[in-house]
Design a protein around this ligand. Sequence first.
Ligand SMILES: [Ca+2]
Length: 177
Amino acid sequence: MAYQQQPQIPPAVVQWFRSVDVDGTGTISAIELQQALTNNDWSHFQLNTCYQMITLFDRTYTGQINMYDFHSLTNFLNQWRQVFDANDQDRSGTISEHELHATFGRIGFNLSPNFVRMAMWRYDTLNRRCLTFEGFINCCLMLQSLTRDFQQRDTAKQGSAQIGYDDFMCMAINNLK
Ligand SMILES: [Ca+2]
């Protein structure tokens, strides 16, 4: 097996990691992570989202992330932050339905206004008809995950797929958050 050298971690990320690792175990739990992740209005991410973030980056399957995983997580968040800021055209700190539709198109997902409305309804946790950074990330992750599931079944790449009942149910439950 090839030896994989761990990437260098920027000092700022190391420092941030240490401040988030409140109990000093060298790993970060979802509860610790929740204190570190905020929206534009400084509201904290929901615990459920933090569990999902840990699951995405926990390569050791311990339910906690180490400094290397945390570095990957910060890169991931920075990338989404750039997409969020670039699409928050009125600089409100949130993504409106109109902005969300435009975002979907820009990142390559051609979906109907009806779908955008449903996605907005689903991820607008504050009931303000707009998405926070957290809601936006969750929404985009759903989009990527479901699209990947669909594309695996759309073998002819025609934009349609035949799907059995049980397969559909597995796909759906796998994407419920
Ligand atoms: Ca906005």
